[in-house]
Design a protein around this ligand. Structure first.
Ligand code: NOJ
Length: 485
């Protein structure tokens, strides 16, 4: 399908990601839900977000935290009802925000009726066994035998997530209907899951061994192959054009394509933004950070953490979490804030043994519930939380509200300031451990090293990571500022 979309219409500066199971429980069952999100919308508005994206809320057996959808146009009862979703849509709009849903077009749940009734919508091995050497992202081969004995099917992720065949036009038209359904209800856009996997090599050829380590790391087993057949195919645009046509030109579409930023062009022909994952993986050192920033396309969606990766204090060190916020929120394009980052939340312990982990791939520590105040379970739930509530070192939302020096206030200040920044991103030459970025007439400086550095010359200081103080002679490790140059 040829897209007529001309691109780049929607302007969404800050997206706030809600992990719905862990935001706010309204029923006492220990899991977050839609009424809970509605009850906490003022927190998102007060932060200054333009849009709220919620990870999947569709009917799902939850083999992959909801990224295994069994009904694309229904709300999972664990999250509430369609009426609750309508109320959430209205609530976000009343507060001047957009609502983005998470669409999972690469695969369905194995329990989706399509898998039973429309096997032609899936990808099957021509032999009685794996068709090739492709691997699943969460470990093992990408082919599994159908429990119904119909042969071997492909799954890019867990075996409970069979991949759809996007060469079959029936798949594209089914998703166009799904998108149209949600747009009619008032949903403003979508985060599109795993879109680099929508098209695969038609001949299902083997993937060659990798010649170099990948720029976006995965498990060692996966990094040994070059994923030139199972992902990022030259014709992926045909699938994306169908999604764009179904969503409408004015929908805000942000794509999760796990490919290096300089290969996002074919995705951005159809989408408003794509995540740039280099920054999320970059070591907190000048070289990798400079490289991640320099490679990014103009319509980047910047992301420093999400429900799949260690939280900021664990990844960059607690001492650098404020500087990371400064960097994220002063970059052009769209900045995506994962719930809890605005509190400086760190990873939790996951499930307490002997309870088995909820996510077999080990991502529970990044998915702990929000601590709203100092009451029992941080007022996340009146029941037993599905994962323990972990209090951020800087305190709960209510405590940080009262503390002008808190991470929460830093996020709010930076998001407000962000609206005044013009276009442009230039990484400047600077001292080895200082990251210096020009944003039009503004200058962003961070000390990303372990020693104090002379502070770069700055004009009018607009925000310092550690309080309103003027920029002195030095920038301590983990400090940064934005100034008018
Ligand atoms: C990316 C999602 O963020 C992740 O949580 C999920 O497991 C995979 N896609 C598969 O849908």
């Amino acid at each position: 399908m040829k897209s007529t979309w001309s691109g780049g219409g929607a302007d969404v500066g800050v997206v706030y990601q809600v992990y719905p199971r862990s935001f706010q429980d309204s029923t006492g069952d220990g899991e977050g839900d839609l009424r809970g999100i509605l009850a906490r919308l003022d927190h998102v508005r007060d932060l200054g977000a333009d849009a709220l994206w919620t990870s999947p809320i569709n009917v799902s057996p939850f083999a992959d935290g909801g990224y295994d959808v069994a009904d694309y146009t229904a709300v999972d009862p664990r999250f509430g009802t369609m009426a609750d979703l309508d109320a959430l849509i209205a609530g976000t709009h009343e507060r001047g925000m957009k609502l983005l849903l998470d669409l999972v077009p690469c695969h369905t749940s194995i329990e989706h009726p399509w898998f039973r009734d429309h096997p032609e919508r899936y990808i099957w091995s021509p032999t009685d066994g794996p068709a090739n050497n492709w691997l699943a992202s969460f470990g093992g081969g990408a082919w599994s035998p159908d429990p119904g004995g119909r042969g071997w099917y492909l799954h890019s992720f867990y075996p409970q997530q069979p991949d759809l065949d996007w060469h079959n036009p029936a798949v594209a038209s089914a998703f166009a209907q799904v998108l149209g359904f949600w747009r009619e209800r008032g949903v403003d856009g979508f985060r599109l899951d795993a879109i680099d996997r929508l098209r695969k090599d038609r001949e299902l050829r083997d993937e060659p061994p990798a010649a170099h380590p990948p720029r976006l790391p995965e498990q060692p087993e996966l990094d040994r192959l070059e994923h030139t057949r199972s992902r990022d195919q030259p014709d992926v645009g045909a699938a994306l054009a169908a999604l764009r046509a179904g969503a409408g030109d004015d929908a805000f579409l942000v794509g999760e394509a796990y490919v290096p930023s300089d290969r996002l062009g074919r995705y951005l022909e159809h989408l408003d933004r794509c995540f740039c994952f280099e920054l999320l993986h970059a070591d907190w050192r000048p070289g990798p950070l400079r490289e991640a920033l320099s490679r990014a396309p103009e319509r980047a969606a910047w992301v420093l953490s999400n429900h799949d990766h260690p939280r900021l204090p664990n990844r960059v060190g607690a001492a650098n979490a404020r500087a990371a916020a400064l960097l994220l929120l002063t970059l052009p394009g769209t900045a995506v804030v994962y719930q809890g980052d605005e509190l400086g939340m760190a990873d939790g312990p996951g499930r307490t043994p002997p309870a088995p982990p909820d996510d077999r791939f080990g991502r529970d520590p990044y998915r702990h519930p929000m601590a709203w105040d100092t009451a029992r379970n941080g007022s996340f739930t009146t029941g037993d939380p599905w994962l323990a509530v972990v209090r951020p070192s800087g305190g709960s939302v209510a405590e940080q509200e009262r503390d002008p020096g808190s991470m929460l206030h830093l996020y709010r200040d930076l998001i407000a300031l962000r609206r005044t920044l013009g276009p442009g991103l230039e990484v400047l030459d600077s001292r080895e451990n200082v990251l210096l970025v020009r944003r039009g007439e503004h200058l962003v400086a961070l000390n990303v090293g372990d020693e104090p550095e002379p502070a770069p010359a700055a004009g009018e200081l607009l925000r310092h990571t550690h309080g309103p103080a003027r920029v002195g002679d030095t920038l301590a490790p983990g400090e940064g500022f934005i100034a008018r140059a």
